[in-house]
Design a protein around this ligand. Structure first.
Ligand SMILES: Nc1nc2c(c(=O)[nH]1)N[C@H]1C(S)=C(S)[C@@H](COP(=O)(O)OP(=O)(O)OC[C@H]3O[C@@H](n4cnc5c(=O)[nH]c(N)nc54)[C@H](O)[C@@H]3O)O[C@H]1N2
Ligand SMILES: Nc1nc2c(c(=O)[nH]1)N[C@H]1C(S)=C(S)[C@@H](COP(=O)(O)OP(=O)(O)OC[C@H]3O[C@@H](n4cnc5c(=O)[nH]c(N)nc54)[C@H](O)[C@@H]3O)O[C@H]1N2
Ligand SMILES: [Mo]
Length: 809
């Protein structure tokens, strides 16, 4: 995803492997790697294997239509989501032709920008569309300069080393003279800014981390802060051969390793696998983790030797825990009041953790909250006090429960991909500050010890993301989106963002082109073969940008005269050379392509994060200023931020159950959806089946539902000062009283498009969420810090129109 993956050098040392272990490279036979005609009754069926963020599968095609999706045989736990592809590729939400918003076409740039999302569209030919885009880019560059172009273009797009829409956009705009970009991400933006100060890098997020093998063999207790949510393990960014996370969890459960899920919500695994469930108030985990640490200290269970040898600043944090400065002891009784968990439960958990080999798995969700840096820093503090960091099966990690493939060992071999090139405009905003950027040109914000000044944006170019799903406070984004003169979007589907563009260029889906999937979290390299020809007039992002670059005179720099297959061959050949340096012999490209897949050798199954550092911190220092784990960071303290002091602390969130107002008494969690990837596949049958009267399901505790006279299966309204949406009610005791859960990703569907404050008919939580950064340090997204009211919807409710193409289409 967006930039910023720094890997600590040291934890990697344990990952070096002997040549013999690597020699066993295998290419599996027996799967339909190439298109093969089969005689069936009627039209011939071809079978083509391809890959995606959801995994690898074979698509059966008859008469140019995908009729069936079959998961790949190497995948032990495929996700049912892949069955959505036939509808996604052929369904009625596809954009078939280049389209221009009517007012823009008639009135030119800047015309009636408040009608974005409301205006009809006018189809144009590809030639006209490309001329319009090239002309408008040139006008903006000449009139305002390249820093008036926003090309941060955040989003998941599709898997593949070539057709990564965001990278292709960046490369194109860099070649055009530059753009305002974005850095960090929505996933763990606050965490990835924090951890380099504390641990010297982000290996604790991206891996390698202590393997599941090591956990299975050595761990006596797993504590999942942010819960077991293996719905999230259905996805690997960039694609995969195997889903490993859920199978490992099943094995761990079968082996009887106790798992405590700390989560206001009980996800499926908590019930299915019989995990222990502790349901704190949302946003209070930092207090819980501090109190667990304080309990260890009080009871003489803290590992002083580890704290002395491997950390700096422990004394100052422990003094804070003991109440020095504010007179408040951060003990179990104190945290009990904040979290809503019994103090004795907190004490008992601390003792259990100290009494056995404990692995703490903290999820990404916790830091998408006001002061989201704190629960992550407090995780490192607690793990340090336990003193098991660097021991087999002990310590902590930040991703085990948030995405597939973390903790699965793999060889250090990578296939290169398309690069974005150097951006001559050297301005990047923290990605979640997009609305601030548009609304406050000239304003300066603090960010990780420096300052970012927002330029005046006149043109937005977006491909591969859906800000009208992903950004917070959508009513504010509606206003911000009216500021630029022109918005250009590439999309396969009529998503809320495509509907709010001035020029929409129809992109192919991943099934309509060739690519290679190779993720650092998986052992498989997959040939992502074209399954069907492009639908209607769709073109790949690469073709679109190549044609534009040709028009604008830098085509040769952009495409280098290479077509799709030539690029893939090129990536492969370079990856093959790299692999040879690790004694791994990859086949020639043609053999790989014909076979359709390659399995890399397994990495070090016994890998333990920070093992060498633990053994000898002098010899294997971290890349922090002190070389140790920074429980107190002079650097962060030196920034002087009130909202992110020099050590982990409990800082009251802007909104939480501890300061609930009558008009918004419920805490809303907006988790990642079970049946889709963000907004992707919301237009498929899987998501549709999960909806309630066509709306996104909202989990409500029986107490809260009864207090409002609301029953399971009804449509109700979630509302706060920022917005309102309709949701389908799921009454369940799997959510803590006072908390509601509405997954992100339902296509935003306002009853009065273009108007801030419209009612979203469909259930997108981001009409309710808050658009303020985590802190001056991380400036991450704070979607989880949201209080709402739930109201019975009396009378008839409006029909959902999110999936009806706009007028003119
Ligand atoms: N309330 C709330 N909001 C959240 C979150 C939350 O927890 N709560 N989570 C946040 C997080 S972590 C993330 S990562 C973001 C995700 O936000 P996004 O990454 O923006 O979400 P997606 O729905 O995956 O959007 C990808 C878009 O790319 C399009 N697309 C797919 N393939 C291609 C292609 O090849 N070419 C082009 N041009 N387009 C393509 C898809 O149709 C889709 O519209 O959401 C964030 N928003
Ligand atoms: N199926 C599916 N899988 C996905 C994605 C998807 O869209 N769909 N998106 C992918 C992406 S981009 C990302 S970033 C990851 C996200 O990974 P995460 O951020 O880990 O996922 P979430 O589902 O937001 O939240 C995980 C759990 O945290 C709990 N939680 C929320 N708030 C709190 C809190 O304050 N305290 C505690 N203790 N628990 C809390 C939620 O109830 C939920 O069960 O998922 C990835 N995997
Ligand atoms: Mo994410």
């Amino acid at each position: 995803m967006a930039a910023g993956f720094v890997t600590a050098a040291l934890g990697r040392r344990g990952f070096l492997m002997g040549a013999t272990a690597l020699a066993g490279l295998s290419m599996l036979n027996g799967r339909p790697g190439i298109a093969s005609a089969q005689a069936t009754a009627g039209a011939p069926v071809t079978e083509v294997q391809t890959g995606s963020h959801w995994g690898t599968f074979t698509a059966r095609v008859r008469d140019g239509r995908i009729v069936r999706i079959v998961p790949a045989s190497m995948d032990p736990a495929p996700t049912p989501m892949i069955r959505n592809f036939p509808e996604l590729v052929h369904g009625r939400t596809r954009i078939h032709r280049p389209m221009v918003r009517q007012s823009w076409l008639q009135g030119g740039p800047g015309a009636a920008t408040d009608r974005r999302g409301a205006d009809p569209f006018v189809p144009v030919s590809w030639d006209e569309a490309l001329d319009l885009v090239a002309g408008e880019l040139t006008r903006v560059r000449e009139t305002y300069g390249n820093q008036a172009i926003f090309g941060g273009s955040y989003g998941w797009g599709s898997a593949g080393r070539l057709h990564l829409a965001g990278t292709l956009t960046n490369r194109f705009l860099a070649g055009f003279g530059g753009y305002v970009g974005s850095e960090t991400n929505y996933s763990y933006g606050a965490g990835m800014v924090l951890l380099p100060h504390v641990l010297g890098g982000n290996q604790a997020i991206g891996g390698p981390v202590t393997t599941w093998h090591s956990i299975m063999a050595h761990t006596g207790l797993i504590v999942m802060v942010g819960g077991a949510a293996f719905k999230n393990g259905q996805i690997t960014f960039g694609g995969m051969g195997e889903h490993t996370t859920k199978p490992w969890l099943n094995r761990i459960a079968a082996a009887g390793v106790p798992v405590v899920s700390i989560n206001p919500v009980a996800e499926d695994e908590t019930i299915e696998l019989g995990f222990e469930w502790l349901a704190p108030r949302p946003g209070t985990d930092a207090a819980l983790l501090l109190a667990l640490t304080q309990t260890l200290v009080e009871e003489g269970l803290a590992d002083r030797d580890f704290l002395d040898r491997c950390t700096v600043g422990a004394d100052r944090v422990l003094a804070y825990l003991a109440g020095e400065g504010d007179g408040v002891v951060k003990d179990a009784a104190w945290a009990g009041e904040i979290t809503g968990l019994p103090a004795e439960t907190i004490r008992a958990l601390a003792r259990r953790m100290a009494g056995t080999r404990t692995m703490i798995m903290t999820s990404w969700s916790l830091q998408r909250a006001d002061h989201g840096e704190q629960p992550w820093w407090a995780t490192v503090l607690l793990a340090s006090a336990l003193g098991q960091i660097g021991l087999p099966g002990g310590g902590f990690g930040f991703s085990y429960t948030s995405t597939n493939g973390i903790g699965a060992p793999r060889a250090e071999i990578s296939i290169p991909g398309m690069t974005s090139g150097r951006n001559p405009v050297d301005i990047d905003i923290p990605v979640a500050r997009i609305a601030d950027l548009l609304l406050e040109p000239g304003a300066t914000i603090p960010f990780n010890g420096r300052e970012v000044t927002f330029p005046d944006i006149k043109l937005i170019y977006w491909a591969g993301g859906n800000p009208f799903h992903h950004h917070q406070d959508l009513n504010r984004l509606v206003r911000a989106w009216q500021v630029p003169e022109t918005v250009i979007v590439h999309e396969p589907w009529w998503t809320p963002t495509a509907r709010r563009a001035d020029i929409v260029l129809p992109a192919t889906t991943t099934l309509e082109r060739n690519d290679i999937s190779a993720s650092a979290r998986d052992r498989w390299i997959i040939a992502m073969k074209q399954v069907v020809p492009p639908i209607a007039e769709a073109r790949s992002d690469f073709e679109i940008f190549s044609a534009l670059a040709d028009r604008l005179g830098f085509g040769e720099d952009y495409h280098e005269g290479k077509d799709e297959m030539t690029w893939l061959r090129d990536f492969w050949d370079r990856g093959r050379e790299r692999a040879a340096r690790y004694d791994v012999a990859l086949p020639e490209f043609d053999a790989f392509w014909e076979e359709g897949q390659v399995q890399l050798p397994e990495g070090d199954c016994d890998f333990v994060f920070l093992r060498d550092f633990r053994i000898d911190p002098e010899r294997f220092p971290l890349r922090t200023p002190s070389g140790r784990i920074e429980l107190f960071s002079e650097t962060i303290a030196g920034f002087g931020y009130d909202d992110c002091p020099g050590h982990p602390a409990w800082l009251e969130p802007a909104e939480w159950l501890g300061n609930a107002k009558d008009e918004a008494p419920l805490h809303m969690i907006s988790s990642h959806p079970q049946h889709r990837l963000h907004s992707q596949m919301d237009n498929g049958p899987g998501a549709a089946e999960a909806k309630i009267q066509g709306r996104e399901p909202c989990w409500v505790n029986p107490e809260d539902a009864a207090a409002r006279g609301i029953a399971d299966g009804e449509v109700a309204r979630l509302v706060n000062a920022r917005g309102a949406c309709l949701v389908g009610i799921r009454v369940t005791d799997r959510v803590r009283p006072g908390v509601v859960m509405l997954a992100e990703g339902a296509w935003y569907d306002p009853d009065r498009p273009g108007e801030p404050g419209a009612l979203d008919k469909h259930g997108n939580p981001n009409v309710l969420t808050r658009d303020v950064g985590t802190s001056a340090l991380g400036q991450g997204c704070t979607a989880q810090t949201t209080m709402v009211q739930l109201v019975k919807a009396d009378g008839p409710v409006p029909t959902v129109t999110a999936f009806d193409p706009p007028a003119g289409a």
